[in-house]
Design a protein around this ligand. Sequence first.
Ligand code: GLU
Length: 483
Amino acid sequence: MSVRVRYAPSPTGEPHVGNIRSALFNWLYARSTGGTFIVRIEDTDRARLVPGAEDAILDALEWLGLDWDEGPRKGGPFGPYVQSERKALGIYQEHADRLVADGAAYPCYCTPARLDAMRKEQQAGGRSPGYDRNCLDPTKAERARAENPVGVVRFKMPVEGTIVVHDLVRGDVSFEASLLDDFVLLKSDGFPTYHLANVVDDHLMEITHVMRAEEWLPSAPRHQELYKALGFEMPHLVHLPMILGPDRSKLSKRHGATSALHYRDDGYLPQAMFNFLALLGWSMDDATDVISREELVAHFSIERILASPAVFNAEKLDWFNGVYIRQMATEELAEAILPWLTAALPDAAIDRDYLQRIIPLERERLRKLSEAPEMLSFFFEEQPALDPKKLVGKGMDRDGARGAIEGALAVAEGTEPWTADALEPAYRALAESLGVSTGGLFGAMRAAVTGRTAAPPLFDTMEVLGRDRCLARLRHALGVLGG
Ligand code: GLU
């Protein structure tokens, strides 16, 4: 039987990196087995819906190249793939009705006030919380109904014994039935709960493996009973380990950005994020960390999913990003940087060939694309802002600096060819003839041609800037120093 897996996000907020990790593992499993990857939107909790969240989640998947075979924006033979649309077709009601008819579920008319009082009493008495089955008694249910006619539908759970759930990563996990109460299947607004909709859809969509975050493990015994009552075969379960911050508490905004789109917008490469997320709870061999998308597809297996929590280490992500930036072909990196440059420098006409010559000078220092405009701007500005103090090199006065820049200008006019290899000896000779240190001269020249104190190697930079730009900037520096 071929693998069918799904990512089933609830559109209740940003595409959290932990949630996207679930999508990635499902995608990897589908691609590594030649199976089908499905996206299903679980929007039955109407109170928690956030406008735009569904699009943000799908955008995050697209950014990471997690293409889905069936789902929203795409369709497929098991649609619709949005639960509110499925609800409109009566799919969940039909299953709830069947369970009631079979005696596996029952309507409950208890008012929120009664449930609240019940909870308080249980708490005060030190008993475990849970529905007290008031409405299982038809007489009591009728009485409650007079007050609260709409009600909900509850699933009848076993009251005693142990429910053993098998997880492919964790093995058998036991739950005390007495701690699991008769949960709601259909709410008073007619929408199904997560439990009902999730089980019905996983069955109807012929899902073979449910791979989701560990926080859903406590739902598994409920789902297992529900599968049984509906006469459905249960898919295999795989619960993915928790993701913690560096302080080993659950990853949250306190630890930094948690939205996958934040990382996209902050200049991270999708391939770096992809690699980083794949190692949050899985390992290829406990040693290799830089693993391409193709290798991940080739090596991914459920057996190597870890049960112990994974730590989200933002520094490691930065490191991955640097690695992938250095791996990119120059043209490819230029294309990736271009939109960042044009957004930051709207007036500069950015020439692709010029950009491609700049990239080798800056690539090593670049950790994320968002840093490119700040790092590269001086290559594109008409005239970088000049601080006259920076033009006066170490051990020089203003007159000395003027003499040095005048000399530099003459060398720039006369040196052939315009290459770093030719420029360097010419300028070393100039320092000697002026009787100044090379450090002093080169510092003043760096300030003049880049406007900065920290820049890539001076003569390589001058070669790429070109003779005309260097001459113009040196002349401007003379003007700034005053005649
Ligand atoms: N809608 C649930 C979520 O947001 C899906 C959990 C599951 O995969 O069963 O995570």
